[in-house]
Write a protein that binds this ligand. Sequence first.
Ligand code: TA6
Length: 274
Amino acid sequence: STKIITRDNIQLLHIDNAFASAEISLFGGHILSFKPKYDGRERLWVSQNALFDGKKPIRGGIPICWPWFGGHSGNTDLPAHGYVRAQNWDILNTEESDTGTTITLKPQTTAGEGFEGNAQLTLVVHVGQQLRIQLLTSNLGNTPFTFNCALHSYFAIADIKHCELLGLSKQYSDKTRSLQMFDTPQPYCFSEETDRVHIEQPKTLSIIDKQIKTRILSSGHDSIVVWNPWQDKSSSMDDMADDSYLTMLCVETAVTQWQEVAPQATHTLEQVIK
Ligand code: TA6
């Protein structure tokens, strides 16, 4: 079943079926919750101080970064991670099947300052035993365009200090150390602010958190971004509590290197959460 509920200034689509429950904010096309029925464990993290004012991107869940990732390369006045996560989206279709519920959404416009392409953006969310998110970028024009995108997923964990990330092996670019390259640590544990772009395309990643495993399957990506703000940054962000960093970890399936889309072509970025 699906129903629309209102929270502050935002409409939330609540999905409940035999396999799982989920919640998607129509502001930002922003998944906020995914809870499989078999274990009842919430996979996603949303800040207790998140704003639902329909203006500021919600802190947590799965922000849709599009049509750029991070700061805009040409204009620092433009919003970080593009502009569709701060727009209202519309539901194009809702389908119930014997594997779950599929919701198709799109932003009210894909045009915005800082991007010239004639694009169509579609988010397809399948809520079943697993959560499957597909972000499709189509080129409706007759000239190619380049873009970035990311599924900037915030995972709920019991304790960042007893958590390990499996599946990355190449060097990464460290945003906390002037983008210098470092070897991926084995085991990959967390003890300080972490903001890393791993330019590699693992199909499967696992977060092991006090023996609880969350699996993340990716495709259509060229990078995996790993972020934990740690204590000082957590305290400095008005939509995070001082101790927020202890129970969240961002593992983002991303296209951070410029991706070209030819006329009439479609790029699909996919993340599956188990
Ligand atoms: O996850 C990587 C990152 O770009 C970090 O540098 C940090 O800024 C994070 O995204 C959150 O960005 P936001 O604009 O949502 O506060």
